[in-house]
Design a protein around this ligand. Structure first.
Ligand code: R5P
Length: 301
């Protein structure tokens, strides 16, 4: 065990935190959290803290968690942390990356900048970077580090459904689908999507023959699930032999999962970047491999 570094986490991510602590051979400590009747939060951190602290907090359902981080990060510094690394396997607000309507906040920029003010590094998995190429465009260079679960998802799919055809439902998914297909040695194609509202999308499937084929839909995330539901229905209507789904981030808000199953999807697989019953592959080896050099560079090992 390294006495100079610890992993801090919240109870809701206990399993992921334990796996990461084991992989890095770090002591694991928890932040306890109380929500007052008025909605305010009381956090209690372990005291004192070592020089280097890795804080794990996925930012699905992000608003309250962002406030937690704004309180926890400066408290960790007061309690002794000189180097503070945030591991946010899901990084929120990355889809709001343009002023789509005059006056609309480009939240991606502001949330990324906010986090970079509190943490020396921010590690994440498959952030939704569509109109920008790298987190360096929204954080000071070298602060943000984006890893990808696409290779492990690709290998998982290839093992479960040999010869599967991977389909990305929209242009934005192309980056992940291409990588998953490359790592799994599979063919892929990309569709198109127009979003009309939170839970209303129109999809055009790619012009490939799917009749009789085992198809796996791949995307970075499922939120309302409407993108994947629409794509699955269209594929089955065209005669696909089976439709499975693989996503990095299993947000699955509301009725997304049962509706996806009702649409005829056979298997739903996700990475454990977001804890969920569909988790099939682990992002911990990726996170640990990226954290080791950061900790070494900061003299944390
Ligand atoms: C956006 O393009 C993303 O890659 C996903 O396709 C999208 O966020 C999924 O959202 P929903 O599940 O609500 O359709």
């Amino acid at each position: 065990m390294n006495p100079n570094t610890c992993l801090l986490a919240f109870d809701t991510e206990r399993a992921l935190a334990q796996e990461l602590a084991r992989a890095l051979n770090l002591p694991l400590q928890f932040i306890s959290r109380h929500r007052f009747p008025d909605g305010e939060l009381r956090l209690v951190l372990p005291k004192p803290l070592p020089d280097c602290v890795v804080l794990l907090r996925g930012l699905q359902q992000p608003n309250e968690k962002l406030v937690e981080l704004m309180i926890a990060a400066p408290t960790a510094r007061e309690l002794g942390a000189k180097r503070l690394i945030l591991v946010a396997p899901y990084l929120a607000y990355m889809r709001q990356d343009s002023e789509f309507t005059p006056g609309e906040a480009v939240s991606q920029r502001h949330i990324a900048r906010l986090l970079s003010q509190f943490f020396d590094h921010v590690l994440t998995i498959d952030p939704h970077l569509h109109r920008i190429a790298s987190l360096d465009e929204v954080m000071p260079a070298g602060t943000g580090l984006a890893l990808s679960a696409a290779p492990v998802l690709g290998a998982w799919i290839a093992a479960q459904v040999p010869g599967a055809l991977l389909i990305g439902p929209d242009e934005e998914s192309a980056q992940w689908v291409r990588e998953a297909a490359g790592c799994g040695g599979l063919h892929f194609a990309i569709g198109r999507k127009v979003r009309h509202g939170d839970a209303h999308v129109s999809l055009s499937l790619p012009d490939v023959e799917v009749a009789g084929r085992a198809v796996v839909l791949v995307d970075d995330m499922a939120s309302t699930g409407r993108t994947l539901i629409g794509a699955a229905q269209a594929l089955l209507a065209r005669g696909a032999a089976s439709v499975d789904v693989a996503v990095t981030h299993a947000l699955f808000n509301g009725d997304a999962l049962p509706e996806l199953q009702a649409a005829g999807v056979r298997h739903v697989w996700s990475s454990n970047a977001v804890p969920h019953q569909s988790n099939a592959v682990s992002v911990v080896p990726l996170l640990a491999a990226a954290l080791r050099p950061l900790l070494a560079a900061g003299h944390c090992v």
